[in-house]
Write a protein that binds this ligand. Structure first.
Ligand SMILES: NC(=O)c1ccc[n+]([C@@H]2O[C@H](COP(=O)([O-])OP(=O)(O)OC[C@H]3O[C@@H](n4cnc5c(N)ncnc54)[C@H](O)[C@@H]3O)[C@@H](O)[C@H]2O)c1
Ligand SMILES: [Zn+2]
Ligand SMILES: [Zn+2]
Length: 338
């Protein structure tokens, strides 16, 4: 089948000097346990901005970005079972070694040799991308490419919710009304939280939160003095974390979802953590939650669809990144129509 395609393809490439180019490059060749995917939709997120502007740990420059994607299988490796040409898939970008202590402990997101697609190996901002079959999950075509590409951030949210040690019947506060915070609020409601409040300083984000069924959405200064059993810091903002620690109920949990600068520090009051017996838990990437996220995305499709508000041709990657960096949109995606 490869012979029917040209031997080269177009791809977006980010170089270490922070430049973005569209290049003509060799078609990826797949190993026996991989499939070749023709991307359909691909989200961009803060990680892509880091790769472009600052450098991101584990990036293998020059890199083809794109780690939140869906697409069609166009070629199947010799040893692959369960996937066929034409299948519609969403891809867990986190390619793990499977043998290190963290992989063996069932903590794949902490793998010592983690090589994410679009970071450590070529990503989906291209005509084709090679993906391990075990990372490629069948999705109903009717879900649509955009929602299928949002399964990856949803999987990260499911891991964060699991990290909270349970939200059913709890009062939940979410800092941040971007895609991570909104999905966290939506899933918290779905999982039976008693009360869900979302805080974001941008009025537009509060309106969106209301429109996707999160009625209590407020600006952080208006939060008052209510305590919450579970607080998600999903803003990646120093001010959010500082405020978050103060609003955790006795024995409650603060889940750190937002990614701060590697060298950032935030002062906190250790007496409060002791006195209230608080737990502070980090949540990094999607762990083993991708298959579950495939199902949950179908359940929340109607609420999640309005979060995809912009779609750019993949070859205009730089325009998509600038659009996203303005912070007006929730989930900027790339499309692959010619
Ligand atoms: N842990 C993970 O697995 C994981 C996965 C994806 C993204 N992230 C991180 O989660 C964070 C959110 O991601 P996103 O894609 O939703 O980002 P985003 O930039 O779209 O949204 C962040 C939101 O936080 C709001 N905000 C800023 N200051 C705030 C404050 N003081 N209080 C409350 N809200 C505030 C902004 O107005 C914005 O709406 C980022 O730091 C991102 O890097 C983590
Ligand atoms: Zn991402
Ligand atoms: Zn490993």
């Amino acid at each position: 089948m490869t012979s029917q395609r040209t031997k080269t393809m177009r791809a977006v490439q980010i170089a270490q000097d922070h430049s973005i180019r569209v290049i003509e490059t060799d078609m990826p060749s797949i190993t026996a346990d991989e499939v070749l995917v023709k991307p359909c939709s691909c989200g961009i997120c803060g990680t892509d901005l880091h790769i472009l502007h600052h450098g991101f740990p584990g990036t293998n420059y020059p890199v083809i970005p794109g780690h939140e994607f869906s697409g069609h299988v166009v070629e199947v490796g010799r040893d692959v079972v369960g996937l066929r040409e034409g299948d519609f898939v969403a891809v867990d970008p986190n390619v793990t070694c499977g043998i290190c202590r963290w992989c063996k402990m069932g903590r794949p997101n902490l793998c010592e040799k983690l090589t994410p697609i679009g970071v450590g190996r070529p990503g989906a901002a291209a005509d084709y991308v090679a993906t391990p079959a075990r990372n490629s999950f069948l999705v109903k075509e009717s879900l649509g490419g955009g929602l299928a590409a949002m399964i990856e951030p949803l999987a990260c949210v499911l891991h964060a919710i699991e990290s909270s040690l349970g939200i059913t019947g709890k009062d939940v506060l979410v800092f941040g009304g971007g895609s991570m915070g909104l999905l966290t609020a939506i899933v918290s409601q779905l999982r039976g939280a008693n009360r869900v409040v979302l805080a974001d300083p941008a009025p537009g984000k509060l309106t969106i939160a209301n429109s996707v069924g999160v009625p209590e959405a407020v600006s952080p200064p208006d939060l008052g003095s209510d305590y919450f059993d579970v607080v998600f810091e999903a803003a990646g903002a120093k001010a959010a974390l500082t405020q978050a620690i103060d609003l955790v109920q006795k024995t409650g949990v603060l889940v750190q979802v937002g990614v701060h600068d590697e060298h950032e520090t935030v002062p906190f009051n250790p007496f409060r953590i002791y006195e209230r017996e608080l737990r502070v838990i980090g949540s990094n990437s999607c762990a083993d939650k991708f298959p579950e996220a495939v199902d949950v995305m179908s359940d929340i499709a109607e609420q999640a669809r309005p979060l995809i508000d912009d779609s750019h041709p993949v070859w205009n990657f730089d325009a998509a990144v600038s659009d996203m960096a303005k912070g007006q949109t929730i989930k900027t995606q790339l499309h692959f129509k010619n």
